[in-house]
Ligand binder design. Structure first.
Ligand code: ADP
Ligand code: MG
Length: 256
């Protein structure tokens, strides 16, 4: 049975997509069967996996509207070792089209149920907002992975997200939990980052992942080659950290 995780944070540019594609590639490297679901109309996770969003015949949009199954719409990310249920701008329209449909927050969950036996992990890349798309992600998931930068207002942002998750748990998905906070783009030389990191442990304890993802230019370069850093340059510091994170995730899910 696949474990399903949302990569979420309502802030943009915090490393959600980078985390999603590199965790997917890291998990694939250590032998896990992975489906990446792109729920962001920008389609960055799709492109970052080497799948051309403009050439998609079927996408997550068709799945949400009930016009295709996940098995029909998912494609192999050739170089990466995982499958992608892709997104493109068409998905922006789903927001409005979903409103009139039955069980509009549960459509992704229902669609993923059919492929639960085909994967070990399903990773959902969420857009930076609490939209109906993100709600579909949160309703489908067993847990949420929150990438965050250790900056001054980061704790506030995380508290907002944790409250949102509590509300979703109370109303829509009783299983949902925060699996962990992942420190990304970390620069150990910065005093402030270390202080915020310490505060994180004080507030969230075990919910902070042990693995830290360093700021690493190879991770930022990789998307322009249509590859996750883990595939583009496996020897880069950031790539190694993501493979390490994949191992930590495999360990953590034993406890879920
Ligand atoms: P989001 O999906 O939350 O909007 P992205 O994953 O697209 O965020 O990351 C935002 C920017 O930061 C991108 O240009 C990405 O390449 C860069 N980036 C993300 N993680 C790292 C990292 N660990 N080191 C260096 N650059 C990073
Ligand atoms: Mg993104």
């Amino acid at each position: 049975m696949a474990k399903i995780f949302c990569i979420a944070n309502q802030k943009g540019g915090v490393g959600k997509t980078t985390t999603c594609v590199n965790l997917a590639a890291g998990l694939a490297r250590i032998g896990q069967r992975v489906l990446l679901v792109d729920l962001d109309p920008q389609g960055n996770a799709t492109m970052g996996s080497g799948v051309d969003k403009r050439a998609l015949v079927l996408s997550v949009y068709d799945v949400l509207l009930g016009e295709a199954t996940v098995a029909e719409a998912a494609v192999q990310a050739e170089a990466c070792g995982y499958h992608v249920l892709g997104a493109n701008r068409e998905l922006a329209g789903a927001e409005i089209e979903l409103v009139g449909l039955d069980q509009r927050e549960q459509r992704l969950k229902q669609a993923l149920a059919a492929v639960a036996a085909d994967y070990d992990f399903v990773l959902i890349d969420c857009p930076p907002s609490l939209s109906l798309l993100t709600l579909n992600g949160l309703c489908a998931a067993n847990g949420v992975i929150v990438p965050m930068q250790c900056e001054y207002f980061a704790l506030e942002g995380v508290s907002d997200l944790v409250n949102t998750i509590k509300q979703v748990r109370a109303n829509l998905n009783r299983e949902l939990k925060v699996i962990g906070l992942l420190r990304v783009m970390f620069d150990a030389r910065t005093m402030l980052q270390k202080q915020v990191s310490d505060q994180l442990f004080e507030h969230f304890g075990d919910e902070v992942f042990q693995t830290v993802i360093p700021r690493n230019v190879r991770l930022a370069e990789a998307p322009s080659y249509g590859l996750p850093g883990v595939v583009f340059d496996p020897s880069a510091k950031g790539s190694k950290a993501f493979v390490e994170f994949a191992r930590e995730m495999v360990e953590r899910i034993q406890a879920i």
